[in-house]
Design a protein around this ligand. Structure first.
Ligand SMILES: NC(=O)c1ccc[n+]([C@@H]2O[C@H](COP(=O)([O-])OP(=O)(O)OC[C@H]3O[C@@H](n4cnc5c(N)ncnc54)[C@H](OP(=O)(O)O)[C@@H]3O)[C@@H](O)[C@H]2O)c1
Length: 274
């Protein structure tokens, strides 16, 4: 029997890499995207893994990759929109190219991936499967921290896209859900912490020394990517998956803060920057 397949964007590291391995262990064929070079060896060496090469800002390359998946003939049961970047910086001073990149990757790349893959998901539905789209959102799509505002705005957009797309596709039998991790032990924070240009030479520069300890603490206290991978697997396979699942330590705290009046939330988020 042809094994069902899943497409995951961004498997070079972090959550995507671990999720790809998790799904391979559970019998899926995994199509995983990298931007260049080889996929990590534990994936590339597995005969049930196929490397795709594209940047989610390159629509033509994504279309070609999806055409290859279609030609291979395995039903595509799921798309995991995982590729993402975190662009830190004050709204006032972050360069336009940087905040555009935040949205180009996390939001427009995700939309493009959905549009390109949906014909294969509809075909899977017509062949009797229960196809899904799983968007990797964030607690930042739930609450907004200062200096992560662009990232948060991109993830709020991912949440809106998830809810709207689910409501558009449910009549066609395709479910769309989000998995929203809190701080997770992946390289994303160290990649982001090198981007301090928005803080340099301006009224925000006194914050620079606080950025590195914060990202290190987020990495240290974060959840393991395996926990996020397990949630993505549930989202792909549960009969009735949760439309939104927050995966983090102290989830109760995030929920409590969100229930607070906005001025109280302001105090919660700004006290460590005073
Ligand atoms: N780590 C956390 O604390 C956390 C918390 C909440 C949500 N998330 C979300 O989880 C997802 C995965 O992040 P991660 O933490 O696992 O970070 P990561 O290790 O940096 O992984 C991000 C992946 O996205 C890929 N990527 C980045 N830009 C891309 C582009 N333009 N086109 C295609 N692929 C691109 C990266 O590829 P390259 O190696 O080529 O850059 C990498 O494979 C992201 O959507 C992130 O927002 C992470």
């Amino acid at each position: 029997m042809t094994p069902p397949s899943i497409l995951i964007t961004g498997v070079s590291s972090g959550i995507g890499r671990v999720t790809a391995a998790h799904l391979l262990q559970r019998g899926f064929h995994v199509y995983g995207s990298v931007r260049g070079g080889d996929a990590p060896p534990e994936l590339a060496d597995n005969p049930s893994f196929t490397t795709l090469t594209f940047d989610v800002r390159d629509r033509a390359a994504m279309a070609a990759a999806v055409a290859d998946i279609g030609a291979a003939g395995r039903p595509l049961l799921g798309v995991v929109n995982n590729a993402g970047v975190a662009v830190p910086g004050p709204v006032e001073t972050t360069l336009e190219a940087e905040y555009r990149r935040q949205f180009e990757v996390n939001v427009f790349g995700l939309i493009a991936m959905c549009q390109e893959a949906l014909p294969l998901l509809h075909a899977a539905k017509e062949a009797g499967h229960e196809p899904r789209i799983v968007n990797v959102s964030s607690v930042s799509g739930y609450l907004t921290s200062p200096y992560m505002t662009f990232y948060s705005a991109s993830k709020f957009a991912v949440e809106a896209l998830t809810d709207g797309l689910r409501r558009e596709l449910l009549p066609f039998g395709i479910d769309v859900v989000s998995v929203a991790p809190g701080p997770t032990k992946t390289p994303i924070w160290s990649k982001g912490s090198t981007q301090t240009s928005g803080f340099e030479g301006n009224r925000y520069s006194h914050l620079i020394p606080q950025l590195d300890p914060y990202t290190k603490a987020a990495e240290r206290n974060g959840v393991e990517p395996e926990q996020v991978a397990a949630a993505i697997h549930r989202a792909l396979t549960d009969e009735r998956p949760r439309p939104h699942e927050l995966i983090m330590n102290k989830r109760w705290l995030a929920r409590l803060v969100r229930l607070m009046p906005r001025r109280w939330q302001d105090n919660f988020f700004t006290k460590r920057y005073r």
